[in-house]
Design a protein around this ligand. Sequence first.
Ligand code: ADP
Length: 465
Amino acid sequence: MTLPIRLRLTAWYFAILAVVLCAFGVSAYIEMRHSIRKTVDEELQIRAEGVHQLIVRVIQRGQKEDLPDGLREHTELRQGGALLQVSDEQGNWLYRSTVMSDYGVPRPSSNTRRITEYLGKEVPLRIWNEKVSVGGESYFIQSAFEMDDFYEALDHFELMLYISIPTLLLCAAGGGYWISTRALSPVDQITQTARTISAQNLSSRLLVPDTGDELQRLSETLNGMLERLEAAFKKITQFTADASHELRTPVAVMRTRAELSLRKARSPEEYREVIAEVLAELEKTSALIEQLMFLARADSGAETLHFTPTNVAEVLHEACHQGSALAEAKQIGFKEQIPSDSLWILGDASSLRRLFLILIDNAVKYTPANGRVEVSLQRNDGFAVAEVRDTGIGIAEADLPNVFERFYRADKARTRELGGVGLGLSIGRWITEVHAGTIEVHSAPGSGSIFQIRLPISSSANINT
Ligand code: ADP
């Protein structure tokens, strides 16, 4: 189980602070002990040096037997003198203060270190052991310091660390938990609001805290995502509604025609007429179903195109062949201006043919008899540019941005009459875009339309020419 972020943050905070505080406590303790000892040692060394000087003076005066008295006088005059003892090489005491003998500080041996610690009557003593040679004889000077006060202070400091570090840690952990809870509370709010958002209320938005930080950016980003989801969801809902509407209409027409014809006995001609009408509706319906299936496959990514080096000129020419038959049937002039040399792109021939047919079919559909349709292809700036022009009814400026939308028809009544449902151009746009191309329309009511498609000429496709 993973712990909540605020607990993990607090745990990290606690662990890092614990390490830092412990390191601080240990180093402060060591440093304090070290500086106390250093100060004491310096003082002890000065005292031993003073005694050394005294011995030198007495010996130089040739009054060796006065040494014990001299040492006594010297120590009584000086502060700390009560903690001194001097012995000669043979182990005789030349001077030993009462306190030192009370504590029982032993004579040094040859391997005694310069500084030693000794516990005399439970009082910790720090002893400076100095061996000096004067007038050919050696003397051992031992000057000591009672460390009980210092060590007590150190113990006190240690105790204070033991109490204050855990207390500090607890306070800091509490504070850290409080801060992270506060900092993360907007995340809880975001989570709660996000939980309430479903397909039914996709228009709800998260509250955006005006903090200028990551949380504000997170809420804004999530809101942007919701906006896109809402738009996509609306499109799908609209598409489903439009699709069912478009499917219901021809079914209703066919049903009415069939019911009417069955009301009384009809002549074979009349039945034939009805069947022909029903068949025409069925053809339109199956074309619509095919278009819907294509878009569904395109949306789900199931529409697989086979990109191979394709000669656009040839594909467009084939489309024109079909288109010219349609134009002829409607008494529309059809002109084809396609260069005889090949123009290779990397594309899927059958979907490109479909795209050109959609444009030519539209041009013929929306151009009255005696009008003209012209199809051209040229190479321009690394693009194969195909154009389908007509002298038809044209498109109003307000409709132009929408003609590529699904089920959009500029003039609903008229276009339905002409057999359009408004899916052709959206399929065309999809095909163009998967070929990394662009599709544009220029049109004005009454003066015809120009649909232009630009497809990038692929250098790898050219290799195969
Ligand atoms: P449809 O099946 O209705 O033709 P499209 O998606 O191909 O659907 O076209 C969308 C709408 O754009 C058409 O309904 C029509 O109003 C308009 N349109 C398309 N091509 C032309 C054209 N060449 N001339 C005039 N209007 C056109």
